[in-house]
Structure formats: C-alpha cells, structure tokens
Design a protein around this ligand. Structure first.
Ligand SMILES: [Zn+2]
Length: 174
C-alpha cells in the first residue's frame, strides 16, 4: 500500500527534471588559470594585496613589516586552490598563518596558503594534490587583517618572491 502511494510522487519530479534539463545550461565551475603543471591559487578575478618584501600594514601592529608572501583577496569564503603538484605537509594551524596548507613540490620547493577559514580545509597531511585541487576557503585566521590569501613560495626554507616564481611557470600574478 505504501509503495503504491509513493510511486507517483517519485515519478513526477524525475519526469520534470528530465524535460527541464535540456533547456538549462550546464553549470561549469570556473577553474584557475593554469600553465603546464602549475596554476593560480584563485579562480577568476582578485584584488592584489601586499607584495613581497617591506610592506607595513597601516593599523596592524601585529602584522609583519617584512612580508614574505603575496596577498590576494577574492572575498571571504572563496575557494583556494593548490598552485602546483605535490604532497600536503601541513593542513591546520601553522604559526601566524592561522589555518594553513603547505605543499611540498620536491627539490626544496614549498608553497604555503595562509589565513584560511577554520573548518574549511579539504585536504589532509600526506595527500598528493595537483594544481587546481581545492584546499579550503579564504579567511582571516592567524595574523591577518581582513579576509585574504597569503600565498608564499619557499625554496629550501627561504621565502622567495611569488611573482617572478609564478612568472617562471608562465603565470602572471598582477
Ligand atoms: Zn600576506
């Protein structure tokens, strides 16, 4: 008796979905700009924040003046993507970076994604990722002054300017 009552209710929505699907364009998630095995850590447009080097933040006493990364902001909650292929070596609270992910790309090369929202991480330590793998959501955790991504590139433990590094991969940070 129950099955007889439910059957029409289930059948109608499927029939409607089938007829509507032909007229609705398929939603395509925007992917980050890529070049070879590397890509930008955000998909679509973003605002440039502080670049690499001496960059004091007005009104932020706890922000470092010697900025070791490249700040980019798309909006709180925007998806942050892996910039290159490698293995996740940090996924969680990391020094002043708040909720952060670090990826080891081999040959002493590491990228770091700082200040993501608590609870937003989509990777864990030991995971192998490719460029474009979603890591978490843009946030304001750690020593941060408004939602943004702190994108850092390290060679043998020393931060290097992400702009020329990404340029060497064929990717333009603005
Ligand atoms: Zn930063």
């Amino acid at each position: 008796m129950v099955a007889l009552l439910l059957t029409p209710l289930i059948a109608i929505p499927f029939a409607l979905a089938g007829s509507v699907a032909a007229t609705v364009p398929t939603k395509v998630d925007a992917a980050p700009v890529a070049s070879g095995e590397w890509g930008l850590p955000l998909a679509g447009g973003y605002s440039k924040g502080r670049g690499f080097g001496y960059n004091p933040v007005q009104g932020c006493g706890y922000c470092s003046t010697n900025h070791q990364g490249y700040d980019m902001a798309q909006g709180c909650g925007s998806t942050i993507y892996a910039a290159g292929p490698g293995r996740v070596i940090t996924a969680g609270s990391w020094q002043g970076y708040g909720n952060a992910v670090r990826i080891d790309h081999g040959d002493g090369l590491v990228t770091l994604y700082g200040h993501m929202q608590w609870g937003s991480l989509r990777v864990s330590v030991g995971e192998e990722v490719a460029a474009g793998a979603p890591l978490g959501a843009e946030g304001n955790t750690g020593k941060s002054f408004g939602c943004h991504l702190h994108f850092e590139v390290q060679k043998s433990g020393t931060p290097v300017d992400p702009e020329p590094f990404m340029a060497s991969q064929g990717l333009q940070l603005k």
